[in-house]
Ligand binder design. Structure first.
Ligand code: CP3
Length: 344
């Protein structure tokens, strides 16, 4: 278990810190030439995730370039589908694809009733490899997708922007939707426990598509299931919840979450106050700004830091993941600038 003295952990728990910690969502990824090289060696993204040595190598790549304050496990929120024999594939440019999406009771009935958690044991080895390389110099963030966000992919079958099928279930077949969410929740609970047992120091829950839901739907179809997962870890490690664009902070504030990740559409101070300052915040620098000159990046970093005018409780990050079109040197400039300007 990581020392509770680490900057990231202290900020999550709103304890006194000397400066603002920073890490970057998708910090290991396609904008790094060394990542593309290792991915090629692994024969693609799925091959990379399932190879503990190469997944560990890729996790550490951004830490060699930048003085980041955390590592994040290299994997994907959709690997949980392995438990349900869903056969996840990634297509270049298209993203994740499931050839057997779940849209009817019949589709669901075809999936196994029991699942074998050892199908995800390759992740255990990856975590062990990373932990042994890090030697507690930095915390390691493990993660899952929220059942709702994972369900959008299992039901749609790919990265749609329309969400036709899941919206149809929400309107016309809530009972099937609940069964799907229940299945994902059960698998996620075992998967999270496995990550914790193998040594991740923080658990992050990605709820990228929670914002598709109205307030009551958000409570009933997203947060309710997340709550079950959170209570299964029983406060063993801190929890970061990433909500890309929700505005339903009044229902969120009752959750047993330590830190909320927000996108650049929201203002840090406003959200912090809406959450009654009960949770720390992570975010929310706009990734597009990394295409600007350093002078502009610096001004915008100051704006972001100033939008959280408190001594602790802010973890600097982007509002979304870093994209393949970003120059790695700009990330370097961002990390150094945040660390320098936030020093007390
Ligand atoms: O942040 C990290 O560095 C950790 C690794 C990580 C990945 N995906 C690796 C990845 C994490 C935490 C995720 C989360 C994830 N995956 C989310 C939630 C966060 C978000 O981005 O909104 C979602 C919705 C997914 C599902 C997913 N994975 C999609 C839709 C795609 C295709 C779109 C894209 O960005 O490429 C992926 C692919 C993916 N996941 C890549 C990486 C590094 C790119 C794979 C490649 O090399 O081609």
């Amino acid at each position: 278990m990581i020392s509770s003295k680490h900057l990231l952990i202290k900020s999550i728990y709103q304890e006194k810190v000397d400066r603002t910690p920073i890490w970057i969502m998708r910090q290991a990824g396609r904008y790094l030439p060394e990542y593309l090289e290792t991915k090629e060696k692994a024969g693609g993204f799925m091959g990379l995730i399932r190879n503990p040595d190469l997944a560990c190598e890729v996790t550490l790549q951004p830490l060699k370039r930048y003085s980041l304050d955390s590592a994040i496990l290299f994997s994907d929120i959709l690997v949980v589908a392995d438990l349900f024999n869903m056969n996840l594939r990634f297509e270049e440019k298209k993203g994740p694809v499931f050839d057997n999406p779940i849209r009817t009771e019949k589709d669901l009935a075809k999936l196994p009733k029991e699942y074998d958690i050892t199908k995800l044991s390759y992740v255990n080895q990856t975590i062990k490899n990373i932990k042994s390389e890090l030697r507690d110099s930095l915390p390691l963030i493990g993660f899952i997708g929220s059942p709702w966000t994972v369900a959008t992919y299992l039901v749609e079958g790919n990265s749609t922007k329309k969400f036709t099928y899941i919206k149809n279930l929400l309107e016309n077949n809530k009972s099937l939707l609940e069964k799907i969410l229940d299945m994902i929740t059960k698998g996620s609970i075992d998967y999270v426990k496995q990550q914790v047992e193998n040594g991740v120091d923080v658990m992050m829950i990605f709820d990228t598509w929670g914002s598709l839901l109205s307030k009551n739907e958000y409570r009933d179809f997203s947060l309710r299931y997340i709550e079950r997962i959170i209570s299964s870890i029983d406060n063993e490690i801190p929890i970061i919840y990433y909500s890309r664009a929700t505005s339903n902070f009044d229902v969120l504030k009752n959750m047993n979450i330590d830190c909320v990740g927000i996108s650049s559409k929201n203002n840090l101070q406003t959200v912090y106050e809406l959450l009654d300052k009960k949770m720390s915040l992570q975010g929310n620098f706009n990734v597009e700004l990394l295409k600007s000159d350093n002078a502009i990046i610096k001004t915008e970093v100051i704006k972001t830091l100033d939008s959280f005018p408190y001594d602790t409780g802010h973890i600097f990050n982007l509002g979304t993941g870093v994209t393949p079109d970003i120059d790695p040197d700009k990330v370097s400039y961002l990390v150094d600038t945040v660390q320098e300007l936030s020093s007390k």
